[in-house]
Design a protein around this ligand. Structure first.
Ligand code: MG
Length: 473
């Protein structure tokens, strides 16, 4: 399926999304649905459009999004500034785009893929036999960058699914950004800000922009993000197993191999008895549980309180994703740190969680929070609050896993990440390099430019469920 979408209200969206003045130059800001007047989201009706593209009457106070870019640069997290500064330091590179941070998106491609798992992944949400993920390819000056966002097949982990993320990104986001220029991730975020929610769909495009941008700058993505080193240390994770003995055997192998921490999926009926057996067999192992929002503060209080008996590193997302207040109440009544995952969909959510004291640890996934720009902001907020943070995974392909690993190189991510070797889940990953862990259980990203893990076209095509291109061929 290949389709191009022309939005009839493109002009209004441009203005309300707060693009920079330069993106309004020329015909892009003339005409449109209401003849170039400020639309309903603007503060000033019937303002004139100047030759430079900005309405004369617009002020920062009346229309703050129109000056988003300059203001955002002043507020941009230090790690992003560091990444940009590093890119600007490369002055010996021959290509002119190395000195130009502005990326004009010339073409885009989006794919919904279904990549079979070797064995199903079982959690409180159910069972997945294949990962359903969304990949986006953006190009500029003959350079391409691939991004990925993996919300799973059904809307169980979050309100989004692979189907909705694909359709939303294809129908709204990619037509919105193709042909436009973005100098920073903040500019791209501002362009898409008019669209509510849908962080996974936004992350598909946003991570592709970072991949493209870092390639154009001649830098590894991890360095572009402000990473401290080229490796990310990972822990070991186990879903719900058929028997406790099966689980103990798996944990024993992981402990023998020296994994820095063990994460166990738990759910009602697979929790306290399991932990008693695990702690009996492995009293000193660093263990935490992930509840995937499977408990209720009042109905499951006895179980939640009992988790305190097991010296867990944390309890991940015990309650509903929408219930920060109950998480705050729970955290005040138990000694084990609460870690939020599903509840944090944006930096704003995390600021609220900090205010409410709803957690003592935060899990950051670029897909869940709308992309790497937001993920870095959450990292910086956690660092400033003295709160441990770590990078989670969503069973992405090698592309998305490498993007998560690049994020995990930031210095504030102190707890081992959830990134899995390709061969643990996939008979054949789609990338030219497999995700592997070294002897220290680290993903080694190296010094190659961009993400460093590129899709192999034939493999990608073999697992593609749907695809679209912009502009249409
Ligand atoms: Mg989780």
């Amino acid at each position: 399926m290949v389709r191009r979408v022309d939005l009839p209200f493109k002009c209004d969206y441009a203005r309300s999304a707060g693009l920079e003045a330069r993106t309004f130059k020329g015909s892009a800001f003339k005409g449109g649905a209401n003849g170039g007047q400020i639309g309903p989201r603007g503060a000033t009706e019937n303002a004139e459009v100047t030759a430079g593209g900005l309405p004369e009457k617009v002020t920062k106070k009346k229309f703050p999004l129109l000056v988003w870019s300059a203001a955002t640069r002043r507020r941009t997290p230090k790690s992003i500034i560091a990444g940009v500064a590093a890119s600007e330091a490369i002055d010996q590179a021959p290509a002119s785009h190395l000195n130009d941070p502005t990326v004009k998106i010339q073409t885009a491609e989006i794919r919904h893929i279904a990549l079979p798992l070797i064995t199903p992944w079982r959690t409180a949400y159910g069972e997945d036999a294949a990962i359903h993920s969304v990949l986006v390819r953006l190009t500029s000056d003959g350079i391409e960058g691939w991004g990925e966002s993996c919300p799973l097949y059904a809307p169980t982990y979050s309100p989004e699914s692979a189907l909705s993320a694909y359709e939303t990104c294809r129908e709204f986001f990619l037509p919105r950004i193709v042909g436009r220029e973005f100098a920073t991730a903040a500019d791209l975020a501002a362009c898409l800000a008019v669209f509510k929610g849908n962080p996974f769909a936004k992350a598909a495009a946003e991570t592709a922009w970072w991949a493209l941008h870092s390639k154009r700058q001649g830098l590894p993505l991890w360095r572009m993000l402000g990473g401290a080193q080229s490796t990310t240390r990972c822990g070991q994770d186990f879903g719900v197993q058929n028997t406790i003995d099966d689980l103990l055997a798996l944990i024993g192998k992981a402990v023998d191999e020296g994994f820095p921490r063990i994460k166990l999926k738990v759910k009602r009926g697979w929790d306290i008895e399991v932990l008693e057996a695990v702690r009996g067999a492995f009293p000193a192992a660093v263990v935490h549980v992930d509840c995937n929002a499977g408990y209720d503060l009042h109905d499951d209080w006895a179980t939640l309180k009992a988790f305190d008996r097991f010296n867990l590193a944390m309890i991940e997302q015990p309650l509903s994703d929408t219930d920060l207040i109950d998480h705050a109440e729970l955290q005040s009544r138990i000694t084990t740190p609460v870690c939020l995952d599903e509840s944090i969909k944006s930096p704003r959510d995390f600021r609220l969680a900090l205010k409410l004291k709803a957690c003592r640890v935060v899990n950051v996934k670029p897909g869940r929070v709308g992309g790497l720009f937001n993920a870095i902001q959450i990292h910086d907020l956690a660092r400033d609050a003295g709160m441990p943070a770590w990078v989670g995974g969503m069973l992405e392909s090698g592309v998305g896993a490498a993007i998560c690993a690049a994020l995990g190189t930031l210095p504030g991510f102190t707890y081992p990440a959830d990134i899995f070797p390709s061969r643990r889940f996939y008979a054949r990953d789609i990338t030219d390099r497999e995700i592997q862990l070294n002897a220290r259980h680290c993903v080694e990203l190296g010094d190659g430019v961009g993400v460093g893990f590129e899709p192999i076209p034939e493999r990608l095509e073999a697992v593609t469920v749907a695809k679209a291109s912009f502009p249409a061929p």
